[in-house]
Design a protein around this ligand. Sequence first.
Ligand SMILES: Cc1ncc(C[n+]2csc(CCOP(=O)(O)OP(=O)(O)O)c2C)c(N)n1
Length: 642
Amino acid sequence: MSERPHTPLLDQIARPADLKGLSDRQLTQVADELRQETVSAVSETGGHLGAGLGVVELTVALHAVFDTPRDKVIWDVSHQCYPHKILTGRRDRIRTLRKKDGLSGFTKRVESPYDPFGAAHSSTSISAALGFAVARDLGGNVPEGLGDAIAVIGDGAMSAGMAFEAMNNAGHLGKRLIVILNDNEMSIAPPVGALSSYLSRLYAEEPFQELKAVAKGAASLLPEPFREGAKRAKDMLKGMAVGGTLFESLGFSYLGPIDGHDMDQLLPVLRTVKARASGPILIHVLTKKGKGYAPAERADDKGHATATFDVITGKQNKPPSNAPSYTSVFGDELVKLAAKDDKICAVTAAMPDGTGLGLMAERYPSRTFDVGIAEQHGVTFAAALAAGGMKPFCAMYSTFLQRGYDQVVHDVAIQRLPVRFAIDRAGLVGADGATHAGSFDIAYMANLPGMVVMAAADEAELKHMVATAAAHDDGPIAFRYPRGEGEGVDMPEEAEVLEIGKGRMIQTGARVAILSFGTRLGEVKKAAESLSAKGITPTIADARFAKPLDREMILQLAEGHEALITIEEGAVGGFGSHVAQLLAEEGVFDTGLKFRSMVLPDTFIDQASPADMYDVAAMNAPQIEAKVLEVLGIATIGEKRA
Ligand SMILES: Cc1ncc(C[n+]2csc(CCOP(=O)(O)OP(=O)(O)O)c2C)c(N)n1
């Protein structure tokens, strides 16, 4: 553990109200100390570092000028909220960030009144802020009161449709609402698209914010020193095309860009806006992701996400890996297939590295599309690529694909278009917690007519499933796989195209059959080993497909055993429900099969290690073993004693 930083002024800040008596110079010092504290805390916990460092000054300025929690500061994505947590009474627990029973890595309503709205998926903040503003004006009533509503949204998050839907609505309603565009010219990867170029032009062409502000008639919003300069320049600027017109045409007053690391700009601008804003206003703030910590500033991702690290050297503590990650197995196999088939292409929504498409983008840039944080668009775009005779792989995390669900139904499934969904981060993901858990995709994909749904039990299976998806031209197909390393199995040289709707037997036993869908298979095998010491040898099968089901295999398992247990890394309504439906319809229950279905519990599970989260979900080997004993009516020793 590195030495804690010296933070005399920050030590006196128990809550944002304590900032009120400080001079601007002292607030700058608080910001400096807050930055050091943030680096120190994240070095112990790991997590999102770069985004928080970029908004340290903004965080201090917002809490110094506005009256939180009455005023609602809504952080978009909220991965930049660690400095905010430190200032809002959670400094004593900041080193528990993202750990079991610790602070969430995101804003969370139940955690603090200073977190008025939870987030983790992007681009919701303007909608949320608008909701608070309207609730305020309609006389809504909450314990902390309702004051200003302020959304802080990054340039990456601003590229999503939802942000524009909200601005369109806000501009129409005309309520007092403050949007701070935190523009660091970064998403996780460098941002892409026309909006990003537009934002760059806003400041590249015209560096003087006071000139631009005046040209748009916003001089009265500026603090005195700016205003004077602005007046002098007014004539000069008449008729000149200026930036901010996009936001203005949506009904926002545009102010900026200002330097988001300069308290002498931030504080007066925020104070003036607070004193004078009447309708929706967008303040364009320029920041640097990773600001003030050299290793983060230097990193390709600007310290977006980090393991624990040494503060002095910046060296991250990453455990050596024993097996390739599922993500890389997908990425490598896709590149192999793309080399042989020039119709194969790939779509990612702002996660080129997270989804393993880096190599594909490098080798086949014209066939690899980063659409920005725009899952809805990404899915429909892939649908039309398929309609146009291409073979698109739509690579998204399970949790983010949720955002494109209607597009999956309406554009892909109803039209039976052969989009290949590569669903990464399936199941419980660990430190990012409930917002990032891939819990629902089996249910929401398998209920769609014509959708093929596969889950890989290990990395070799994943390789086969990528090839199977590439070969499947008959309609949409999805395959899911978890975050992290594979099981360490031998990798086949060549991928095999699997027969659609056929599972595989793993071991033949007696009395009980365990039918696994996905990577719980490893835990099932462990449970079986332990059971064999008790004289019970379960039959084990890997379903491979939740849709179409391997009817023959499942009915045989049901017939040949006293009990059948399904297990999957997903919520109720998925694989197990489909199996239960089949068994019910086939009348299997009429003749007395004992059936259990192990699914994620009907709760949102807080962050912890994935293994701990699966313990909470009761889906690890000991709990599988207990389930087998329970269904066979064999009480465990512990239960007998109790
Ligand atoms: C709907 C959705 N898709 C993808 C992500 C993954 N994600 C987390 S942060 C991020 C980049 C956000 O960039 P920006 O808004 O510019 O904020 P910065 O990290 O640069 O401060 C992405 C793509 C997400 N949180 N939500």
